[in-house]
Design a protein around this ligand. Structure first.
Ligand SMILES: *[C@@H]1O[C@H](CO)[C@@H](O)[C@H](O)[C@H]1NC(C)=O
Ligand SMILES: *[C@@H]1O[C@H](CO)[C@@H](O)[C@H](O)[C@H]1NC(C)=O
Length: 241
């Protein structure tokens, strides 16, 4: 049996009617402090959102405020720039350390430990700078959604803050620019099996010897425990605000 065609007039009516349901949203886009790949991988997503009629505002730290002067980015985005108010702290130092570590073959466990410590410091400090800027937080109350890099845990705290203080129904969308590691896969509810899923930064492939699997299992456990630590750490941080 042939299904009857929907009359053209009805099709047009449906098109116009559903078209009216599309609203322009205020979207906060936040890729870490505004640095490197964590920021740049969000740019095409943000541009697309702007082309769809949304109003996208990038949240960046003043150490990377040159982004706001970039003629290409300026065409698409608004900017909210928060200040690093700690005279003894700079994020550039952190990123320098990480890039040195990335090219250092024998960095070992001590460098890894230091990187984890510095990462925690970066995430904590930069989030404090955001939350302490009460005027900016007030301006963010109009946001409908946050599009964020997954490493920037503060976006979840911003969401909780706005939900509680401004009673907004703000949504969050996370972008993962790196190979997924155990803590991200856990959060997404995906299975993690170190027998064939190589851990982030391990340099391994899915074809591993017994020794490599052992190393991979330890590396996976370290990432997972770091993820759990950061999770509970940021929950207490959120409660504080
Ligand atoms: C778009 O966002 C900017 C910055 O957050 C804001 O100043 C502006 O009023 C917004 N525009 C609209 C149409 O909501
Ligand atoms: C895995 O690696 C071993 C040793 O390098 C090799 O002999 C084997 O063919 C590889 N297996 C696959 C599926 O690539």
């Amino acid at each position: 049996m042939r299904l009857p065609n929907i009359p053209a007039l009805l099709q047009i009516f449906l098109l116009v009617w559903t078209g009216q349901e599309v609203k322009s949203a205020n979207i906060l886009m936040s890729g870490l402090v505004g640095k490197g790949s964590h920021f740049l991988s969000l740019v095409p997503i943000g541009k697309r959102l702007v082309r769809q009629g949304h109003n996208v505002t990038c949240l960046i730290m003043d150490e990377y405020k040159e982004r706001a002067d970039d003629p290409e980015l300026k065409k698409y985005f608004n900017f909210e720039i928060y200040k690093n108010t700690d005279p003894h702290y700079t994020t550039k130092e952190y990123f320098q350390f990480v890039s040195e570590l990335a090219f250092n073959e024998n960095g070992g466990l001590r460098s890894f430990g230091k990187m984890m410590y510095l990462t925690k410091e970066l995430l904590r400090k930069s989030c404090l700078f955001v939350l302490e800027d009460k005027e900016m937080m007030k301006r963010l109350e109009k946001m409908d959604a946050i599009v964020s890099d997954v490493s920037w845990l503060c976006s979840s705290v911003i969401k909780l803050y706005l939900k509680k203080h401004a009673n907004t129904d703000i949504r969050i969308i996370l972008n993962v620019p790196n190979t997924p590691n155990a803590m991200i896969l856990d959060l997404a509810g995906s299975p993690v099996n170190p027998a064939y899923q190589p851990s982030t930064m391990s340099g391994l492939t899915s074809n591993m010897t017994f020794i490599e699997r052992t190393i991979n299992t330890i590396s996976t456990a370290v990432f997972r425990s770091f993820g759990n630590q950061m999770g509970s750490y940021f929950m207490s941080f959120a409660e504080q605000f």
